[in-house]
Design a protein around this ligand. Structure first.
Ligand SMILES: Cc1cc2nc3c(=O)[nH]c(=O)nc-3n(C[C@H](O)[C@H](O)[C@H](O)COP(=O)(O)OP(=O)(O)OC[C@H]3O[C@@H](n4cnc5c(N)ncnc54)[C@H](O)[C@@H]3O)c2cc1C
Length: 465
């Protein structure tokens, strides 16, 4: 899609840090030598074990990554292509060797806390690394399956560097803008002034869409990027769908767990634990002592309240990309675990939104004495607000939980993991499908391959386009 040509510029992350309650910190660097020095400062044993840990995570990434850009086999239908795709997965699995096979199964099913306990002794190092296992999910660090969530966050890449994270220059919206420009340059037309009300279906075939404003478009092929619940429960006449399919769609779990604060700042805040001009302040910052603190934050979410001491992923991207704020001003993005979609007591009204924001700001202010007085403006988003604003059901950032029961050929539902639906011509391409959420475009690329094949283009359907 030549996105750089259409304005997308990704600046790689270089560092980050976790501060503990005594203003100690662990800094993370993408530069190997700098990271090793920092690990040595905390524990020479952890520094040595980090090498093994990084190799193990990378091995898992290398095993799983090629599966992302392939259509999952369908064990329900088991046509020749499904058999050969299953054989491909088994061959890769077998190729790992007996020790790694066992490790892979453990990795896919175990908790991030137990995984990190195998390698590290220092609480703050484990706390720093555990965050990637719980972000966006309704699970705690001791919940089975969170080691895989960590992997999902590590699988990305920036310019071929696996595991790297990046900032989109100008903010995340610049990705959508580049996608839109690329699409329009290929002759596509985009309409954003009205939502889809329903898919028009006759005799089991899609005939087009009807918008909320009453406009109708005829089409033999319709592709939905909405999640599976919206697509089939909210916008499809259920009489057009088999009952077992509907039952499976209703069973698909979302469980929003993340809140968000966007904060405009009058200047760059200082952090009491950080040396002056520390370069790790340019990355993601966290404030916690150990993994148990995240687990307690999760306990609050289970009880239907936002975490009293939340896990925050705090970033000031204007240090790297000053185009996002006027000269001298800054902007902070704060991703928060955990916030429930529905509160056990009360509603997500202005008072509760304000109380939630105050909890988050107090936590940051304990480490940054001037933070509070630098706040010029803030936006606060609960999972319910995220749902209303972005269309992500229950505010789940991945269009549905990334738990093992909802991955690969079970995503979104068994028998329909190959981007087709029970309605002929109606396809799915959103993150409810394999391989799940995140800014990666893999579900869309896989769906496009299947659709083009149905339209008569020749492809090796297993392989990446
Ligand atoms: C606060 C937050 C922070 C995140 N941070 C990161 C991150 O740092 N890195 C990362 O990789 N991922 C991140 N994610 C996750 C990532 O943004 C999503 O997983 C990804 O955008 C999903 O892409 P998608 O195209 O599948 O679905 P979506 O982006 O949800 O696209 C679906 C589209 O359908 C539209 N839609 C819904 N209903 C209708 C209708 N009736 N008619 C017409 N259109 C409709 C929606 O408006 C939306 O534009 C974050 C998500 C959130 C909410």
């Amino acid at each position: 899609m030549e996105l750089p040509k259409f304005g997308l510029q990704v600046i790689p992350y270089e560092s980050g840090a976790t501060f503990d309650s005594k203003d100690g910190y662990f800094a993370y660097f993408s530069d190997h030598d700098a990271l090793r020095r920092e690990l040595m400062r905390h524990s020479p044993k952890d520094a040595d074990n980090y090498e093994q840990y990084a190799r193990s995570v990378m091995r898992q990434c290398k095993f799983i990554k090629p599966l992302l850009m392939r259509t999952a086999p369908d064990p329900v239908r088991l046509r020749p292509r499904d058999v050969s795709e299953l054989a491909y997965i088994l061959k890769r699995f077998h190729g790992l060797g007996p020790r790694e096979m066992a490790e892979t199964i453990r990795f896919w099913t175990m908790s991030i806390a137990e995984y990190l306990d195998q390698y590290f002794e220092t609480s703050i190092i484990k706390a720093h690394l555990a965050g990637s296992g719980i972000i966006g999910t309704g699970l705690g660090p001791y919940s089975p399956g969170t080691a895989y969530v960590l992997l999902h966050h590590y699988m990305g890449e920036v310019d071929g560097a696996i595991g790297a994270w990046g900032f989109a220059r100008g903010g995340m919206g610049s990705i959508s803008k580049a996608l839109a420009r690329s699409f329009e340059a290929s002759g596509g037309e985009i309409r954003t002034d009205s939502g889809v009300d329903r898919f028009a279906i006759r005799n089991g075939k899609v005939r087009g869409i009807v918008l909320e404003n009453g406009d109708e478009y005829e089409a033999r092929t319709v592709v939905s990027g909405m999640d599976v619940r919206r697509t089939f429960i909210d916008h499809t006449d259920e009489r057009e769908l088999p009952s077992d399919f509907l039952k499976a769609v209703r069973r698909y779990r979302f469980r929003g767990s993340s809140g968000k604060l966007n904060i405009a700042l009058d200047g760059m805040p200082t952090f009491s634990g950080a040396p002056k001009d520390a370069r790790f302040l340019k990355g993601d910052l966290h404030f916690l002592d150990d993994m148990e603190e995240i687990e307690r934050a999760y306990d609050d979410w289970k009880a239907g309240r936002w975490s009293v001491s939340p896990y925050v992923d705090f970033l000031i991207p204007t240090q790297i990309d000053p185009t996002m704020a006027p000269p001298g001003k800054h902007y902070a993005t704060v991703f928060v675990q955990y916030a429930p979609y529905e509160l056990a007591e009360g509603q997500w009204d202005d008072a509760n939104r304000e109380a939630f924001a105050e909890t988050v700001i107090s936590k940051i202010a304990r480490h940054s004495p001037d933070f509070r007085k630098l706040i010029v403006h803030k936006e606060v988003r609960s999972p319910l607000d995220i749902e209303r604003e972005t269309g992500l059901t229950e505010g789940n950032i991945f269009q549905g939980e990334l738990t093992f029961d909802q991955l690969l050929f079970n995503r979104p539902v068994p028998g329909y993991a190959q981007y087709r639906s029970p309605v002929r011509g109606l396809y799915m391409c959103g993150s409810s499908t394999h391989p799940g959420g995140g800014v990666m475009g893999a579900p869309g690329a896989n769906a496009a391959r299947e659709i083009l094949a149905d339209l008569g283009h020749k492809f090796d359907l297993g392989a990446a386009a």
